[in-house]
Write a protein that binds this ligand. Structure first.
Ligand code: FRU
Length: 483
């Protein structure tokens, strides 16, 4: 049997067939749950189900049977899950249990027009079996054609459930005492942020502000389509009082979560224990521009690695920082390290390395070069470049010659992001797998996630400097084992 050259070694993929958005991420009784938009019978988007997997570390996953399948109210679109600790729903006889809040999608039987309504399902056995609520749907509003992707959380200060829902090109907040009866709270988004496409898969959560004891801010995620880049996730920073979200800087440029093309519909885990305190998210590592055409055999699409979110001051401004979860360190096998050295002008293959899934931590200090960086998954003709251009203060991932790029005319591209070097240094943390690259630059200040489809023999790793020399302060490479 020929091994699939693109099936990731350590990224989550469905056991077979199509996957898109991550759904219903919740932590309960020692298990991280991950559900996902799934077409179990086809390699392209189709009647949506919720696939399901569990993990104790967000790295090693166990596939479980499909959790939610289409029913008389339609197919199962994106949504969230929470622990109903105090049985506010009355579903659990006074105990706690899991409740999934999702969008039912169908056509209005009279008008034939698309209909999206919010529904519930619950589980009293840690997500192994699910019962749809008999009173579904629990929230509808026929004024909206696009009315979906509920993300729900418990708001401690006002003791109520909050739902953030994508409503066309805005999000709408609702509140509820019991997850069943929902009332309007507020709407956000008119004239704010990016508006080329409909808004999808929102999230809203509170984060501590690094370095300011006791201070917090609220972060909102909104995914949406764009003509140029297909699909990506924007975020807002502001305040939330239990009813209204206020954007801290309404008129400023759109803030993007990721500057590659393959991180969409990401939302965060619910109910991560307070002792842990992390806000962790995962995104769908593809793009509707070409998601249906990516080369893969019997499965389609992976999730990003899980990432921790933090708010930090960068150049005096609050910004969202993301870092890979520490649990990923369990994947490390062999290690190579190199100490301080000068990279001469040119591209240099690191000897004796033949790797297809690995992690690189490299720190550079500029010398006289105008550009420097690394080329991963290289061979004579292929390679994906992660580079930094000093004049432009720009980080980039260039996948123009990354391998198979022919399946879509816009795939062979270079993606860039502005990034200043602090103290004249640049630290890159790079995650390479059989069909992806994730770059965390400057401790997570700038992130780029891109699919790549290199050949099986594209296993070289180069380091380069152009137009002069560059100082390599340190280099660590970890071979990563398959999950
Ligand atoms: C985002 C999305 C969601 C929707 C789901 C359907 O990728 O369009 O808005 O719920 O996918 O699969």
């Amino acid at each position: 049997m020929k091994l699939d050259p693109y099936r990731p070694n350590y990224h989550f993929t469905p056991p077979q067939n199509w996957m898109n958005d991550p759904n219903g991420m919740v932590y309960y009784k020692g298990e991280y749950h991950l559900f996902y938009q799934h077409h179990p019978n086809g390699m392209t988007w189709g009647p949506m189900h919720w696939g399901h997997a569990i993990s104790t570390d967000m790295v090693h996953w166990k596939h479980l049977p499909i959790a939610l399948a289409p029913d008389e109210h339609g197919t199962i679109f994106s949504g969230s899950a929470v622990v109903d600790w105090n049985d506010t729903t009355g579903f659990f006889g006074g105990k706690s249990g899991l409740v999934a809040i999702f969008t039912h999608h169908d056509e209005d039987p009279i008008t034939g027009v698309q209909r999206q309504r919010q529904s519930l399902a619950y589980s009293d056995d840690s997500g192994r079996t699910w019962t749809k609520y008999a009173g579904n749907p629990v929230l509808e509003d026929p004024r909206y054609l696009d009315y979906r992707d509920p993300k729900v959380f418990w708001h401690e200060r006002t003791s109520q459930w909050i739902m953030i829902l994508a409503t066309g090109q805005t999000v709408t907040l609702y509140h509820s005492p019991n997850l069943i009866h929902w009332t309007f709270a507020s709407e956000f988004g008119q004239g704010e942020g990016f508006h080329e496409g409909v808004w999808e898969c929102p999230d809203l959560f509170e984060l501590p502000v690094d370095g300011e004891a006791g201070k917090t801010k609220w972060v909102m995620f909104v995914s949406s389509g764009g003509l140029e880049f297909g699909a990506r996730t924007q975020y807002f920073i502001g305040d939330f009082d239990g009813t209204t979200f206020t954007n801290e800087r309404p008129s400023e440029a759109v803030r993007w979560l990721d500057h590659g093309w393959d991180n969409y519909a990401g939302v965060s885990w619910s109910d991560v224990p307070a002792e842990d305190g992390r806000r962790i998210y995962i995104g769908w590592m593809s793009n509707f521009k070409y998601a249906h055409a990516t080369p893969s055999d019997g499965w389609r699409s992976a999730m990003t690695i899980p990432r921790v979110l933090q708010l930090s001051h960068i150049d005096g401004e609050l910004a969202l920082i993301q870092q890979p979860v520490k649990e990923l360190a369990s994947l490390r096998t062999r290690t190579w390290t190199q100490n301080h050295g000068t990279i001469e002008d040119g591209s240099h293959r690191l000897p004796d390395l033949a790797l297809d899934s690995y992690e690189i931590i490299a720190e550079f200090a500029p010398g006289t070069a105008e550009e420097f960086g690394l080329k991963v998954r290289t061979s004579e003709n292929h390679g994906t470049i992660v580079g930094y251009r000093r004049q432009d203060q720009e980080l980039f991932v260039d996948r123009s010659h990354s391998g198979d790029t022919a399946f879509h005319e816009e795939f062979a591209r270079k993606h860039t992001v502005k990034l200043k070097q602090t103290n004249d240094r640049l630290r890159l943390h790079i995650w390479v797998d059989k069909s992806s690259i994730e770059v965390f630059a400057a401790d997570g200040e700038a992130v780029m996630t891109d699919l790549i489809f290199p050949g099986e023999s594209d296993t070289g790793l180069d380091i380069y400097s152009r137009g002069g020399t560059t100082e390599l302060l340190s280099l660590e490479i970890y071979d990563l084992k398959a999950i």
